[in-house]
Design a protein around this ligand. Structure first.
Ligand SMILES: [Mg+2]
Length: 349
């Protein structure tokens, strides 16, 4: 199967190429998209905009909306790829994902595969990508847990002991990083809970009142309050479930303490990626499908962004994006995203 044209045979319709509203910017390439083969509308996590899970089929040219001014002169060194909605949806790879990853490697670019999900280890994600034909090492995977660890190492080295509210994958990663980890579910001694340096909160599918109480006790006793991410909800095959952000909000409410949030759109995650890779914001680019997390996170970290229409955002929703939700570029699919990057690499020499 030709991955770039999986829904071939549908009649293409023209997409308005020059929709840019800023500073006389013009579309670099006129784009055409074929009809979507499915469009079930739902709201993305934290979305104020109606978005759609449209799957677009690629046609001829696909870069539809470069927005910002002149090409940056800085050489591109690092590409940060969101995973869900960019490389796969559920267990289905998105057309062109493996090709994009291979192109990036062959171009000598550093790649980081990023997710706000805190529940699984980097090794688990690497295995998942490998099953989709993408060769990634665990060091190239960045979960919100991994970014939390990177942040603590660099900026809060005094934190050595942690009370964890989260899934086993988060606890495994914290332990592997050398933290003394106590799980909020561990029975007993509230005094011991309260002695930890930090409370780290991710999505805990088995959250209950006693875990919340243990975490709240520790925060009130002075432990640093750190949220791996603040996603209000996350999608499952049977509908949305409360996300880590719902647990974080409960603890913030119960303690009156504002957490440090690491995951996008907070800047800490992308900043941790830049620091870990030794790359400046101008040398990096973010590719994501969600304006509210990927694009806003890129803005807040000073990184250029490409919004791809492979996930929660469709072409109609792009028109409504303003402020920090407005990406620097829009690419209808992953082949178009690569075209754009390849152009960048050529122009920077
Ligand atoms: Mg995504």
């Amino acid at each position: 199967m030709n991955l770039l044209h999986p829904y071939g045979g549908l009649p293409p319709f023209p997409l308005v190429a020059d929709k840019a509203r800023t500073g006389g910017a013009r579309a670099r390439t006129a784009g055409r998209l074929s009809r979507p083969n499915a469009a079930e509308s739902y709201r993305a996590p934290d979305s104020r905009h109606k978005v759609s899970s449209t799957v677009w089929a690629a046609s001829s040219a696909r870069i539809i909306l470069p927005v910002s001014g002149p090409e940056p002169a800085t050489r591109l060194r690092l590409v940060i790829l969101d995973m869900d909605g960019v490389l796969y949806r559920g267990d289905q790879p998105i057309p062109g994902a493996a090709d994009l990853a291979r192109h990036l490697k062959e171009a000598g670019l550093e790649v980081r595969y990023a997710t706000n999900n805190s529940m699984f280890t980097r090794a688990e994600y690497a295995a998942r990508l490998e099953s989709m034909g993408i060769a990634a090492s665990p060091d190239e995977i960045v979960t919100s847990t991994a970014s939390t660890i990177e942040h603590l190492r660099r900026h809060e080295p005094a934190v050595r002991s942690v009370l964890a509210v989260g899934a086993q994958g988060m606890i495994d990663e914290l332990q592997a990083a050398g933290f003394a980890v106590r799980h909020a579910a561990e029975p007993g001694d509230p005094t011991a809970h309260a002695l930890v340096d930090a409370v780290v909160v991710g999505l805990d599918p088995e959250i209950d009142a006693s875990r919340l109480a243990a975490a709240a006790d520790a925060i009130r006793a002075g432990a640093r309050f750190i949220a791996t991410n603040a996603d209000a909800r996350y999608p499952t095959p049977t509908g949305f479930r409360p996300g880590a952000g719902a647990i974080v909000a409960a603890l913030a409410d119960a303690t009156g303490v504002t957490p440090l949030v690491i995951g996008k759109p907070a800047p800490a995650m992308f900043v941790a990626i830049l620091e870990g890779a030794g790359v400046t914001p101008a040398e990096a680019i973010v590719i994501g499908d969600n304006p509210e997390s990927d694009v806003a996170g890129a803005h807040r970290s000073g990184i250029e962004s490409i919004l791809v229409l492979t996930g929660v955002t469709d072409a109609d929703a792009v028109d409504e994006l303003t402020g920090e939700l407005r990406p620097d570029h829009v690419a209808a699919d992953l082949a178009a995203a690569w075209e754009l990057l390849a152009g960048r690499l050529r122009s920077a020499g």
